[in-house]
Design a protein around this ligand. Structure first.
Ligand code: XIL
Length: 375
């Protein structure tokens, strides 16, 4: 399934629920108590009080050009994840070259500001360089993969809090054995590409937390239910073969329909993961607002409710150690390209508005941290 197909599928899923949304949205909005978080403390501080980490993805261009973004980032975030700078496409201009310029800028920025860094991502079906298809074959794939991982993880060894070693390995709708995504890596190496990747990363940086990062696990819909089962099966297999996986990353790109979420179903899944001895990170949280009201106040409130409901459920599980949003300010969000609104109004999926002011979503996250049990 291509990136475009996925975008279309996601949109269809949302549209299917559009009718329910109008009703559910209003009643859901009324169900949630609304209010400002107490005090002025940043998300970083509020998370830290509970033994949690809060951070965000950020891109090189905006971070280098926009001082407002940089200042907000330093104020609010305890962890930085480069949005694209450590993907193959950026790191690998040619088969024998590595370009760490942008990643190193991120590392430097994080270090200077006492912010943790996490790596995203070593193995993914997307963002592969153009040369990949002509150069990599089933004979050399394992060696190419090992070389990439040992070079990149080696470059940042001792400096990374965690690595998303494998990203989005499951796609149950592709009807493959065990729900595995038929990614280029799967085609070349079969399911063992996952074990190869984790073992190579662990051997190169024994201190980094190694994460299996997954999408489509959050909602109470059939597809996500199958995704949760397939993910647990994969994690159990990795644990029983002593593959060094330390945490599950749950992307958490949330849809808008509160009725599509069940706190109980989600918490049960988190418990099942925790019982395998794994930590959990919420790695790419945002709330798409393509069907919410044109009225910005109403829309912001709906988005905030989704944040609060989701995080309240997630943070009850003590194996959850961190929350990252996929961007900090609505000025820079991948959703403006991937989930644009039909009315062409700017999307508002993140904690800060386009002028870096704290939105209801910020307050919702702050309150969820304030109410979370201590780790
Ligand atoms: C997205 C970036 O945000 C975009 O800017 C880029 O064009 C495509 O990738 N799941 C992931 C992330 O794991 O790497 C994706 O990031 C969003 C979905």
């Amino acid at each position: 399934m291509t990136e475009k197909d996925e975008a279309i599928m996601g949109r269809r899923l949302f549209l299917k629920h559009a009718a329910a949304l109008a009703l559910a949205g209003i009643s859901f909005g009324q169900r949630c108590a609304w209010g400002q978080a107490n005090g002025d403390a940043s998300l970083r501080e509020r998370a830290a009080r509970k033994g949690l980490i809060y951070g965000s993805a950020v891109s090189y261009g905006p971070l280098t050009r926009d001082t407002g973004l940089a200042a907000s980032f330093v104020r609010e975030c305890g962890m930085l994840v480069p949005e694209s700078e450590l993907k193959w496409e950026t790191l690998r201009p040619s088969p024998d070259k590595f370009d760490f310029t942008q990643g190193d800028f991120m590392l430097d920025f994080a270090k200077k500001n006492n912010i943790l860094l996490r790596g995203h991502t070593l193995v993914w079906h997307q963002a592969l360089p153009k040369w990949f298809g002509t150069v990599v074959n089933s004979q050399n794939a394992e060696q190419v993969l090992r070389n990439h991982i040992t070079t990149v993880v080696g470059h940042y060894a001792g400096k990374m809090h965690s690595w998303d070693v494998v990203n989005e390995a499951i796609a149950t709708w592709e009807k493959q054995p065990d729900g595995m995504r038929n990614s280029p890596w799967y085609k070349l190496l079969g399911p063992k590409y996952i074990d190869i990747a984790f073992n190579a990363a662990a051997a190169t940086d024994p201190n980094a937390m190694l994460v299996l990062n997954m999408d489509h696990l959050e909602h109470d819909v059939k597809g996500d239910d199958q995704g949760r089962s397939a993910t647990l099966k994969l994690l159990r297999r990795l644990k029983s073969s002593k593959t060094p996986v330390h945490a599950l990353g749950i992307e958490s790109h949330l849809g808008m329909d509160g009725e599509m979420f069940s706190a109980e179903v989600f918490r049960t899944f988190l418990r099942d993961v925790a019982e395998l001895g794994l930590k959990i990170m919420i790695t790419e949280l945002d709330v798409t607002d393509i069907i919410f009201s044109q009225n910005i106040n109403k829309r912001d409130r709906m988005v905030a409710n989704r944040y609060e409901e989701f995080l309240s459920a997630a943070l009850e599980e003590k194996a959850v150690i961190g929350v990252l949003t996929w961007g900090l300010s609505d000025k820079y969000t991948w959703l403006s390209k991937y989930r644009p609104r039909d009315d062409k109004a700017a999307v508002r999926p993140l904690p800060l508005d386009e002028n870096f002011n704290r939105k209801p979503a910020w307050n919702a996250i702050a309150r969820a941290f304030d109410n979370a049990p201590k780790r």
